[in-house]
Design a protein around this ligand. Structure first.
Ligand SMILES: [Zn+2]
Ligand SMILES: [Zn+2]
Length: 463
């Protein structure tokens, strides 16, 4: 594996040489916040009860309190770790949330994670791309396995409007996709696993950068060889449509492939009174706009959920002049892995055939996005067993295939695994969707996530 040891000469240093937490003494900040009662448990709708008073009060009626919904389910060292460290988990999440960083610029987040992992006696290794980490817990002796748990760590280029006390402090950048929660769950799982008396194999934490952009950071993780000796990989994503305490699983595709199409047309242009003497570019655009989705619906199995939707079209200025160029852009999604592999040549063939009689020139850019995340049955069974053990049978939910993309799909091209939906809706108020400036989550989900991930890793190593 070609990952770089991030500890270097000074384990607490970020790549630019500054300390991960130069402005914050974390332990002191946590102590003082708890003492002052300012570090409080909050659900999606704001602060409620102090953490210390709610950790063991499941069912206290405090709808949005940060209670551990799986308290006492074990293993005992996990119960003990969560009991002692619940306030830290919440504090980590709020810190990461308040200081979001864009894709491939997650330097402080990476340094913060490296510091926490190193303090726990672990040896995180930075990815060669400069952000993101890989960190092993335990070792795989002969005959033992390695299971990877993945979190994405990047934020989105939009402005948060939640009004929460720990809202983003960075203009135009926000953790509106819940990656702050994924990162916190993985960090908590890592430190809890590090506190285990022994492990029946190795767990590899993957803190992946740049999930929100194409090409995604999953490709950087794979290029570093970080999955070369991994037997299985698991991950999860916040789902505001699922109630906190629920974890959605699915065998087969859980997300979709999403490609970007950009079609440029060219013509000599001319007078609209003489379209027969030139190539009518606007007419040609119209032909592709309606013709290509129609042809795809007749050439691709409709059960694959393949959908082309145009998002923008630009051409022309004057009502009586045929323009010389125009551009059409859109997204092409499919829920089927094999279909995804065939779409690029098919789209090219259909565009060529649609435009051939019209005499316009064209340049088609087909940017392939991510493959669908296709969960295999065995890994999903292990994941379900982990959720049931860690949070309870009642936590198991089914989830539909999303038409969104997720670069976890790249990992599953290499190793088997399964991806879950972590319920984050408090049940109070309207659902606040991912990628909205108002997105907020119920922090009880952090403990659900840690319990689910830790137990899934253990069961996968044991079986
Ligand atoms: Zn997102
Ligand atoms: Zn996301």
């Amino acid at each position: 594996m070609t990952v770089v040891d991030s500890r270097g000469p000074d384990p607490g240093q970020s790549p630019n040489g500054s300390s991960a937490v130069e402005d914050v003494d974390w332990e002191a900040a946590e102590r003082s916040a708890v003492a002052q009662g300012t570090l409080v448990a909050a659900g999606a709708d704001g602060p409620s009860a102090p953490i210390g008073s709610t950790m063991s009060s499941v069912g206290s009626g405090a709808e949005s309190a940060v209670v551990d919904l799986g308290a006492g389910r074990g293993p005992s060292w996990l119960d003990a770790w969560l009991d002692t460290n619940a306030h830290r988990v919440v504090a980590w999440r709020r810190h990461i949330h308040a200081y979001p960083e864009l894709s491939r610029a997650e330097h402080e987040t990476t340094a913060f994670l490296a510091e926490q992992l190193t303090r726990a006696g672990l040896r995180p290794r930075m990815l060669p791309v400069g952000t993101g980490l890989v960190c092993d817990i335990g070792e795989a002796r002969p005959g033992q396995r390695t299971v990877a748990l993945r979190a994405d760590i990047d934020a989105l280029p939009l402005s948060e409007t939640t009004g929460l006390p720990y809202a983003s402090t960075v203009d135009g950048v926000a953790h509106a996709c819940g990656h702050d929660a994924h990162t916190t769950v993985a960090l908590g799982a890592a430190l809890a696993l590090a506190a285990a008396p022994s492990l029946p194999g190795r767990v590899r934490m993957v803190f992946q950068p740049a999930e929100e952009v194409m090409p995604g950071g999953a490709l950087d993780v794979l290029a570093a060889g970080a999955l070369d000796d991994v037997d299985r990989i698991f991950g999860l994503h916040c789902d505001p449509r699922l109630l906190v305490g629920q974890v959605g699983t699915r065998v087969g595709a859980i997300t979709s492939a999403a490609d970007l199409l950009e079609l440029r047309l060219t013509s000599p242009g001319g007078h609209t009174s003489r379209p027969h003497l030139t190539a009518d570019l606007v007419h040609a655009l119209g032909t592709v706009i309606t013709g290509l989705p129609t042809l795809l619906s007749r050439r691709v199995d409709p059960r694959t959920g393949t959908v082309l939707t145009w998002g923008a079209v630009h051409a022309g200025e004057a009502p009586n002049a045929i323009p010389q160029d125009g551009v059409l852009t859109g997204t092409l999604r499919t829920g089927d892995r094999d279909t995804w592999a065939k779409l690029e040549p098919l789209v090219h063939e259909l565009v060529h055939n649609l435009l051939a009689p019209l005499g316009v020139g064209f340049d088609l850019q087909h940017r392939r996005g991510v493959p669908p995340v296709v969960n295999d049955a065995e890994s999903t069974e292990l994941l379900r067993a982990g959720i049931a053990a860690g949070v309870g049978e009642d936590a198991l939910a089914s989830t539909p295939q999303s038409s969104g993309g997720e670069d976890f799909g790249w990992y599953l091209e290499h190793v088997p695994g399964s991806f879950a939906r972590l319920g984050v809706h408090s049940g109070v108020g309207r659902v606040k969707d991912l990628h909205q400036p108002t997105f907020a989550l119920d922090e009880r989900a952090l403990f659900v996530g840690i319990r689910a991930m830790v137990n899934t890793a253990l069961i996968s190593l044991e079986r």
